[in-house]
Design a protein around this ligand. Structure first.
Ligand code: G6P
Length: 613
């Protein structure tokens, strides 16, 4: 969704801002713009569509200066257009604002300002900020006081950056519910940064501080000042950046998604190495809940969105089967509004790779309002969800740039699996031998994923067939029901082919009506207790002349013979099979999208981090 970058310092401003905006592209956007201060003069450049359009315009407009802010906009209020693109200014065009989030009371403020003679030129909620600031400034107070007064009048979620001709040596900022980071470059260079997301200021920033809700202030070349809403100063504690430039570059891969699919081997290895000691004991260093509390948990509710919820559906099975804990998994967007009945012994688990998903964050607030404890599985320790949870489990997947989540998903699965085994020990829910058997199986995953990644031909053959298809069905049961959902989600997200995932047992209750020669079924049928039942689904498809693509355990001759296409995965116990079966499905979606000429890393209308409801 929307992204912010700001810079004050000696470097070529247009290029710093453009590089930053490009690094934010993966979040999803439909227009972009920058505002710069050159000496005391403000200039703006905006363009609809991709950053390249902004770049083209900048070539003719040639903006430069010593301080500037940039923005990528994902339309909420008003269509994607140049007029609605940020930065927005007051009517005198001497101050400019970029904003992420939503100003909830914007209409009230807008109507009030209109009655005072202010003229609005865009359809956005954001535009109230520069006009309100203008109104406050005209009370003859300092810019700093005007900014604070303005913050006190706006409601909603926001991250804001603002520059003004009045104090051209500063970039003002504020955060309430949307992430914002401040940074400094090399000690020898008098420069400071603002960003909504770390990649925007890597590699030039060296140290950063993640600011909290209700904090605001300004950056100068050599100074960062932060205040709270009571106007008291907050200590500025900068920390070194942990993410490397390499982690946010494509390297030898044509797309981030492919890079991230291939990274799954090393990420799972890292998780296994970090979470298991030499005696196969499970360690969650960051988990602040003690065993006494954990043993008292009587029920778990998992709430998440999209791919993270698919992981949560498998997590539900892990917690129920391995830890014998009653568990529900629900869409955060439903959980937050359905007023769930939950006793004090309920633990709410949030899962989110970004840690910023608005619905998941709201689900967390809903749980807290009911005095329930919240544990979140997150890939960003500094995210809003991390900060507001009672405790977290770090997914350790590294930055995920491709919009379609891949490595974060398998990291979520492995982390949920290990957490369930951890809980099973606390609850004495499983004999030790069985637990160690599962751990030993888990340790084989990285090598088995590698084996799947080595054999691309059958996958590419399937993608080549699917590229001309309009509708697909994905079927799976028990541990692989959610794999069917995830496989279908991946395909539709990036190739725009309609795909629906179903539980195999539900197939006869409706979806079977869709089967024809033109509608293939992708059936996940690894070795295990449920295999025979899933084969019945295959036969039902076959009887109706539907094409069958199956994901099978190696050498499963029976299923091979029924299938039109198949991909083999190495042998693995059933609970861990979703971590392998999803790999070919990710690759099938990837190659199908590539063969259809789709923009794999930046699919239309999607955002990596959905920070509005
Ligand atoms: C968006 C992304 C999905 C992601 C979902 C949840 O819709 O496009 O890929 O699964 O948000 O994101 P989260 O960051 O909470 O895991």
């Amino acid at each position: 969704m929307c992204g912010i970058v700001g810079y004050i310092g000696p470097k070529a401003l247009d290029s710093v801002l453009l590089v930053g905006l490009k690094k934010l592209e993966y979040r999803g956007y439909d227009s972009a713009g920058i505002a710069v201060l050159n000496k005391d003069e403000l200039s703006i450049c905006k363009a609809k569509g991709k950053i390249i359009n902004l770049e083209e315009q900048l070539k003719s407009q040639g903006l430069n200066g010593h301080a500037g802010i940039g923005h990528t906009r994902w339309a909420t209020h008003g269509e994607p257009s140049t007029k609605n693109a940020h930065p927005h200014t007051n009517s005198d065009a001497n101050l400019a604002v970029v904003h992420n989030g939503i100003i909830e009371n914007y209409l009230e403020i807008k109507n009030d300002l209109i009655s005072k003679g202010y003229v609005f030129v865009s359809d956005t909620d954001t535009e109230v900020i520069p006009h309100l600031l203008d109104y406050e400034i005209k009370k003859n107070i300092s810019l700093q006081d005007a900014f604070l007064n303005c913050l006190k009048k706006i409601d909603g979620k926001f991250a804001i950056a603002m520059i003004s001709e009045k104090e051209s040596n500063k970039i003002f900022f504020a955060r309430n519910g949307a992430p914002l980071i401040l940074g400094k470059g090399k000690k020898s260079i008098p420069e400071s940064f603002i960003a909504s997301d770390l990649p925007a200021i890597i590699p030039i920033a060296r140290e950063v501080i993640y600011i909290n809700d209700g904090e605001w202030g300004y950056i100068e070349n050599n100074k960062i000042e932060i205040f709270n809403l009571q106007n008291s100063p907050i200590e500025v504690k900068l920390e070194p950046i942990e993410i490397t430039e390499e982690e946010i570059e494509k390297g030898k891969y044509p797309h981030f998604m492919l890079k991230e699919i291939y990274e799954q081997t090393s990420i799972l290895q890292k998780i296994i190495d970090t979470r298991l000691d030499s005696d196969n004991r499970i360690i969650f260093e960051e988990l602040t809940f003690d065993n006494e509390y954990l043993s008292r948990i009587g029920r778990v509710i998992i709430q998440a969105c999209g791919t993270s919820l698919n992981a949560g559906l498998i997590g539900k099975l892990y917690l129920e089967i391995l830890s014998k804990l009653t568990t529900d998994a629900d869409f955060s967007s439903e959980f937050r509004y359905r007023n769930p009945v939950a006793g004090g012994d309920t633990l709410v688990i949030g899962i989110s790779q970004s840690g910023e998903t608005a619905d998941t964050l709201a689900g967390l607030h809903e749980a807290k309002a009911k005095f329930l404890k919240v544990l979140s599985f997150v890939n960003n320790k500094n995210s809003s969800i991390s900060r507001e949870s009672d405790s977290i489990i770090d997914l350790m997947a590294g930055p995920e740039i491709g919009v379609a989540s891949t490595k974060a998903y398998t990291a979520e699965l492995v982390s949920l699996f290990l957490f369930s085994l951890y809980m099973s020990s606390i609850r004495w829910a499983m004999p030790k031998e069985e637990k160690f058997k599962l751990i030993n199986e888990l340790k084989t995953l990285p090598e088995k994923i590698e084996q799947i990644l080595q054999k691309l031909e059958p996958i590419q053959e399937i993608a080549n067939y699917l590229k001309n298809v309009s509708n697909t069905l994905y079927l799976g049961r028990t541990f692989n029901y959610a794999t069917a959902l995830e496989g279908a989600l991946k395909l539709k997200e990036i190739s725009y082919i309609h795909a629906s995932g179903y539980a195999g047992g539900e197939f006869k209750h409706g979806p079977i009506a869709l089967i024809s020669e033109e509608v293939p079924s992708i059936v996940i049928v690894p070795e295990g207790e449920i295999r025979k039942k899933t084969i019945s689904n295959l036969l039902e498809v076959k009887a109706r002349k539907g094409k069958i693509i199956s994901i099978i355990t190696e050498n499963d001759k029976e299923v091979k013979d029924i299938s039109d296409f198949y991909v083999e995965i190495p042998k693995i116990c059933e609970p861990l099979s979703p971590i392998l079966t999803v790999i070919p499905l990710q690759l099938i979606a990837y190659y199908t999208a590539v063969y259809r000429g789709c923009d794999v890393d930046k699919p239309r209308n999607l955002a990596k981090s959905v920070t509005v409801e």
